[in-house]
Design a protein around this ligand. Structure first.
Ligand SMILES: Cc1cc2nc3c(=O)[nH]c(=O)nc-3n(C[C@H](O)[C@H](O)[C@H](O)COP(=O)(O)O)c2cc1C
Length: 189
């Protein structure tokens, strides 16, 4: 099954470089297509994606390091900086708010659904990039870096940062995973 094969190939790749095996436009197409295909509650299209590359990529991770004022190891941040780019995932709180007003019965659910749809987007882009031979990992320096990201990219205030995904050429493969007894977590009745 192609889906299962592709999911098997997706792993957390920490050791990345700036040499992509495909063109930037192929990366752009995959990210755009996946974003368009991923479902959302009430079809609200809450997800926002900002792909940071080149000089901005280096600047982003230098400024993330500075924002933490020495509380995160330089080597760790340099690992992410070494990647070709970083995908910043957001959802638009304005979209969520509008739906909350329209459907007050479900008001509490909309931010949860926006997060769920964002997770769906993340796993699919993560897997789609690997299909192109690109490695990625998933980071969460939000909310500490929220203001920095707002200032650096002048994005709307309503874009709530959810995750950061450094991606790039694969330098080393992760260790193989242990096979789990999946019947502990999946039951058929
Ligand atoms: C919702 C979510 C949050 C995660 N947050 C982080 C994170 O902040 N930093 C990190 O290094 N990895 C993070 N990961 C990666 C997981 O640790 C990793 O996917 C898991 O250990 C399984 O390894 P694999 O991705 O190689 O299959 C996250 C993964 C998910 C799904």
């Amino acid at each position: 099954m192609k889906l299962i094969d592709n999911l098997k190939q997706r792993r957390t790749y920490y050791n990345l470089n700036k040499t992509l095996p495909v063109s930037k436009s192929e990366v752009k197409t995959v990210i755009e297509e996946i974003t368009e295909l991923i479902p959302d509650a009430f079809n609200m299209k809450s997800a926002r994606v900002l792909v940071v590359m080149d000089k901005k990529q280096n600047e982003l991770w230098d400024r993330i390091f500075d924002t933490f004022e020495g509380k995160v190891p330089r080597e760790k941040i340099d690992g992410f900086k070494a990647a070709a780019g970083t995908i910043l995932y957001f959802y638009d709180e304005e979209v969520v708010r509008a739906l909350q007003e329209k459907f007050p019965t479900y008001a509490d659910n909309f931010p949860v659904w926006a997060n769920q749809a964002n997770g769906m987007l993340q796993i699919n882009i993560w897997t789609g990039l690997k299909e192109l031979g690109i490695g990625a990992n998933l980071q969460h320096y939000n909310p500490v870096i929220d203001r920095l990201v707002q200032e650096m990219f002048e994005i709307p205030k309503s874009w709530k940062l959810i995750a950061q995904m450094p991606f790039g050429g694969i330098v080393t493969e992760p260790d193989p995973k242990e096979k789990e007894n999946i019947a502990d977590r999946v039951r058929f009745v």
